[in-house]
Design a protein. Structure first.
Length: 384
């Protein structure tokens, strides 16, 4: 059999699962090439624990060169151009060509989308931002603590709500809770709205029962750095002494230039096969825009990147070997929701269900928190 080459763009969740899965299925005559600029893979779900001092960065990071021993080729460099028609990628001034391309570049974060924001707040969606937040938190003894969702969509819909509850828990542990007002301002109607009104209302109640003030539908338009004040499009203002925020997300420039993005600003794909409009070019994870029946997009979350990667890897292998039957991504997913106090919730269901996603939230408890700890360990062991 003539050897084929699969180019996988991005070493996040989707890229790791795709490359590992293909390498297990395909013989050594076929090349699996993973292209990534940052050789350190960071387990992003643990950033919430990192920012509150419950993890160290070295415990949640792995070097991608570990994958070489599995027979996965690692190309360390910045992708400057994608030609999806010819299936050619420019990296480090060189051209790499493949028979298949899987785009798993994730969402590009813009910490300073509103001028001044980056200089006054902590972006806990990055490793560096989470570490800076942790260090600054040690000296914070009182005042207005604000968690801010700057815009939608953003990845991991539960994360900012988990952040607010973990910060509240940290304040109680340090016995300074009475000195601190905690507020959460969101550019959306409610927590995890795509999961349904019941789950959204239930999570909001948990948040507010902890004394966290919640302000939905607040779109940030400007920041007064001197006065430490956020200004919103509805005319509201919010003072902060400590600011933790979710930055604006957008598709990377190179996928826009490659004519891969659709009207949503994200890559349009077949929602079951993750195929783009270009033959043998797939896109998975946060970089995609998949509309649901209720009019909202499929959430950007690692669990979907993972399951989509498994489907795409399997189907590419079927195309290459001619063996087996193709599979489809069915829209199922789940996530842990950290609540503080060593407890967590857990939600799972079918996001492709119509007319509305069918999601169930299980009773929170310590066992779900333990489950997330085990998941973290298993993830880093399994894929590296």
């Amino acid at each position: 059999m003539e050897g084929k080459t699969v180019l996988i763009l991005g070493g996040g969740v989707g890229g790791l699962v795709t490359s590992n899965t293909l390498r297990k299925i395909l013989g050594k005559e076929h090349r699996i090439v993973l292209i990534e600029q940052d050789m350190e893979h960071h387990f992003a779900p643990s950033f919430l624990w990192l920012m509150t001092g419950l993890r160290k960065s070295e415990k949640i990071s792995r070097n991608l060169n570990r994958l070489n021993r599995k027979g996965i080729e690692i190309v360390n460099g910045k992708i400057t151009r994608i030609d999806p028609e010819k299936k050619v990628v420019d990296v480090n001034g060189q051209q790499l060509s493949g028979d298949f391309i899987v785009v798993s570049l994730g969402a590009h974060l813009i910490p300073n989308s509103v001028p001044g924001l980056e200089s006054v707040g902590y972006n806990f969606y990055s490793l560096e931002g989470a570490e800076n937040l942790r260090d600054a938190l040690k000296d914070f003894q009182g005042g207005d603590l604000v968690v801010l969702i700057t815009s939608i969509p953003y990845k991991c819909p539960a994360a900012p709500y988990e952040a607010a509850m973990l910060l509240e828990y940290d304040c109680r542990k340090r016995k300074i809770r009475d000195n601190i007002n905690i507020s959460l301002y969101a550019a959306e109607p409610g927590p995890m709205g795509v999961a349904g009104k019941e789950l959204s209302a239930g999570l909001r109640k948990i948040i507010e029962d902890k004394g966290i003030r919640y302000y939905p539908e607040h779109q940030l338009i400007s920041v007064d750095q001197k006065e430490k004040t956020l200004h919103f499009s509805n005319g509201a203002k919010a003072h902060f002494d400590f600011l933790a925020y979710v930055p604006t997300h957008e598709a990377p420039k190179i996928v826009k230039e490659a004519a891969l993005t659709g009207e949503s600003g994200w890559i349009s794909v077949n929602r079951n096969t993750l195929e783009t409009k270009f033959p043998d070019v797939y896109a998975i994870g946060d970089i995609t825009g998949i509309p649901l029946a209720l009019g909202k997009p499929l959430p950007k979350a690692g669990v979907f990147a993972h399951y989509q990667a498994e489907i795409v890897a399997h189907n590419i292998a079927v195309d290459i070997t001619g063996k087996g039957r193709k599979k489809q991504f069915n829209g199922h997913g789940e996530c842990f929701i950290e609540l503080g106090d060593g407890k967590a919730g857990f939600a799972r269901g079918n996001f492709y269900a119509e007319p509305l996603p069918d999601i169930k939230m299980y009773k929170p408890g310590r066992h779900w928190h333990a489950g997330k700890v085990l998941f973290e360990k298993d993830w880093l062991r399994r894929w590296f």
